[in-house]
Write a protein that binds this ligand. Structure first.
Ligand code: AMP
Length: 294
């Protein structure tokens, strides 16, 4: 496994790999790797000849300076995890390598970027779309792997790829969870013992929402989200619920008429536990909660 720091060096390598007919899989990450990332890496090494992971804490997607500063970083650990997960190249650029002096360009996926997560983290998805487009141009992957855990991010990236005719297939991998249902996240390390056990309420609330929708008694999504809201508050009164959304999975429009909606229903939420902000979601079809998203 090789570590590459300069975009131009990686571009040379991937150009050559493409010419020699290798199928390139790419997993963008911000490091602090856990089993969620590993499942993306293993999916890539299963489906592709070469797997490239990037480890880059992208400053332009952070809306709060303190959040960026305290984002967990441990490259040595990430290196060994990548090695075990069959990665061939780690792209590990510095902020300067990526943005240099006088960086001016942004990519914005309109509307999709402003709702839900975007409302609480203005500019976040413009930072995400911009860095992902840069990374796709550097890595030139045939396939890029993203986690369903960040459902809105997947929607934004898929839309950008379609709208800009990018030549990369996007594969969304299932959310990897702890045994009590909490989605694995680099931010979980910020939870103390009580907050950690309280955070299990998120997946329970999502399951409740899923059951209520599948039960067919509720047609209005607001009734379902309000039940979920009260459930979370009854279990963890201090939880700060930012949003609970019941939407389609493509344009993230609220579903008003649940019983007559065809297609996948996305139930998503963002909740803060003593300042630690966690997001999670489930996808449903009429048949049940989807355990495999693609
Ligand atoms: P991050 O390092 O947080 O930017 O995440 C890098 C990629 O890993 C993103 O595509 C995430 O959606 C994905 N990811 C993060 N947590 C999980 C998880 N628990 N299960 C599956 N994928 C995940």
């Amino acid at each position: 496994m090789k570590v590459i720091k300069k975009p131009s060096s990686l571009q040379e390598i991937t150009e050559f790999l493409r010419l020699t007919g290798k199928r390139i899989g790419f997993v963008p990450t911000m490091g602090a790797l856990h089993e969620g990332h590993v499942s993306l890496l293993l999916n890539s090494s299963d489906l592709c000849d070469i797997t490239i992971a990037s480890v880059f804490v992208n400053p332009i997607q952070f809306t709060e300076e303190t959040d960026l500063e305290k984002y967990p970083r441990d490259f040595k650990r990430d290196y060994f995890i990548c090695q075990k997960a069959n990665v061939d190249y780690i792209f590990y650029p510095s902020v300067d390598d990526m943005y240099g002096e006088n960086y001016l360009t942004e990519v914005k996926v309109k509307e999709l970027s402003d709702k839900y997560e975007g409302e609480f983290r203005p500019g976040h998805f413009t930072g995400v779309a911009s860095v992902v487009l840069k990374l796709l141009n550097i890595v030139k992957p045939h396939v890029a792997f993203f986690g369903q855990k960040d459902a809105q991010q997947c929607t934004v990236i898929k839309k950008m790829v379609t709208d800009l005719n990018l030549d990369t297939e996007i594969i969304v991998c299932d959310t990897v969870r702890e045994s009590d249902g909490l989605a694995k996240s680099s931010r979980n390390v910020f939870l103390d013992e009580t907050e950690r056990s309280n955070a299990a309420v998120l997946y329970k609330a999502l399951e409740l929402g899923g059951d209520l929708i599948l039960g067919g008694k509720y047609n209005n999504s607001q009734d379902v989200s309000s039940q979920m809201y009260h459930f979370i508050k009854s279990q963890v009164p201090s939880a700060e619920i930012q949003y609970i959304a019941i939407t389609d999975n493509k344009l993230l429009d609220e579903i008003k008429d649940l019983n007559n909606f065809e297609g996948k229903v996305l139930v998503s939420l963002a909740v803060k536990f003593n300042g630690v902000r966690l997001i999670d979601n489930i996808l449903l079809t009429k048949k049940g909660i989807l355990n495999h998203v693609t």
